[in-house]
Structure formats: C-alpha cells, structure tokens
Ligand binder design. Sequence first.
Ligand code: SF4
Length: 321
Amino acid sequence: MSEPLLRIEDLWVRYQTERATNYAVNGVSLSLDKGENLGLVGETGAGKTTVALSILRLLPQKTGIVDRGSIWFDGQELLSLSQSDMRAIRGNKISMIFQDPMTSLNPVLTVGEQIAEVIMLHSSKTQKHEVQQRVDEILQMVGIPAARKQEYPHQFSGGMKQRVVIAIAIACNPMLLIADEPTTALDVTIQAQVLEMMDALKRTLQTSMLLITHDLGIVAQMCDKVAIMYSGEIVEYGRVEDVFEATERHPYTQGLFGSIPSLTGNVRRLNPIGGQMTDPANLPAGCKFHPRCPKCMERCKTEEPAVVDRTGHRIKCHLYT
Ligand code: SF4
C-alpha cells in the first residue's frame, strides 16, 4: 500500500497560560489518502481546529505546545521542518479555508489582486498576463465571472465572498485543503451551493480535504472517512459508510446522530446530548465522555477505554472491549 498523503500519529497538544493548562488534543491519530476527504466532527471545543492549526504549524507561538506526536505529509515530517520550509508548504501544498470569509479577505485589495498575490508568491508564474490568465481561470472554477476580479470584497455577498476565499485557497492547486466550518457563516441555500461547488472542485483538482464540521449531513455528502472527536480524542473513526451504517457506535456518535432531525422517521423530539463539553483544563479520569454518557458503567469512571479496531472502524469505548 502506498503511503497516505497525511498521517498524524499520536498527537498531543496543550495550551499553556499562566492560569491554566488546557489539554486540547490528546493522542490523535488519523490518515488521509490522495484525493480523499476526511470529516473531522465534534462540538465546539473538541480540538478539531487545534488539529488543523498543528498541521499548518500555526498554533499560537507562546501558548500552543505540541507535547508529542508526528505529522507526516507527502513524505515529510512537518513538526520537524524549519519555518522557511514550512512557509513553502503553506498555501502551496496545503491551504486552509476559514469559517468567516470576512476575516480571511483583505478589504483594501480587489479580489483579483488577492488571488494574484498568492499565485505570484507560490508559483513560477511571474509574467503579468500569465498570472491574470490564472486568476480568470480560478474565478471561473469557483463560479465567479472573471470580470468581477476588479471588485472589492465588500461588493460580494456572503456566499460569493466564501467562493473568493476558496479561489485563493486553490490558487496554487494544493494537495491538501483544510476547510474549517467553511459554510457555517452562510445561509442554508448558499451553504448547499458552496458545498456542491467544493465537491465538484475536489473531483476536478483531485485535492484531498480535511473538512472540519459539526454537521454529519455535510460529512455524508462530502466525505470518504470520518473522525468523531470528543475532548481532544478521536472516539470513533472509519469509512463513512461503516460509521453511518454501523449497529455498534460510540455513545457520543450515537448522540450526534440523535440530534439530527429525521425527515422520514416518526420522531417527535430530537435527543440532544445532555450536559456540556468537558473542561480541557480539568479532564475527568477514565472515559472523558463518562459524565454525559447514558451508558456509563462503573469502570468508565476510572479506566480509560482502549481503542477497538474492526477492519479500520475504530471505537474507543468499554462497551466494545
Ligand atoms: Fe460511555 Fe463508558 Fe463507552 Fe465512555 S467508555 S462512551 S462512558 S460506555
């Protein structure tokens, strides 16, 4: 078997401040093949964005500390690269789309200038007409008429702004696209259009994608694999069809499914997961989900569960050990 494009092995990250130590990522391992999409799912505070920032080496300099682990990308171990080698990878081989397009765009440059800037920084195209030709191509790929490259971000609607952000992210044809809740800030109808466009782009460009979301519907539509995160750990992991069709699931994954409205079933109420996400500065002993788990047993309060692997479908829960 060929080496995956991205392989994270036993990653541990904490945020250290004078007042507290927050254990954000606690032993995460996952892998992503070329052309594959992986959905990283969980509630706010589960550690999803910290995983993404670790891949890009963009953790806050003073407070974000990687204690252990390795991140292999395209044959290189990213955590041991120099800053200049890492700069060459960011935006070129790995790009990131953030949740809010307003904070990702520069309000005083036209969208064409912003896309051109990325192309000139990361590719061999230096001739003005070549760069402009590529800007036009990229805008068309994301469904924006090339003539609009002269406009400023404030002249675009929310959905169109997110398309511009995606255009900037794909400008150098990255091998890996990390999308952090790319449609959360958009209306539902616009969300669907942007997702459809991202799916089409993935197929055209053969880019791999790490899609961070709290929405299992988006994962079903877009992803090949899914990793369910809770309190900095992956509690369930596998191919989308295995996890979605499984009769045995992690109770947290079960809770996420129970929070989705059904269009076909005769369900009168949703079953949201009770309680709050664990405080990362004060993680409980045993299974970190035990204070909220409807199936909690005595041993769950003291013993950390092992990961059970059934041909690639992994579950971290005492129910299956
Ligand atoms: Fe629930 Fe126990 Fe499984 Fe944790 S290990 S998810 S507390 S049953």
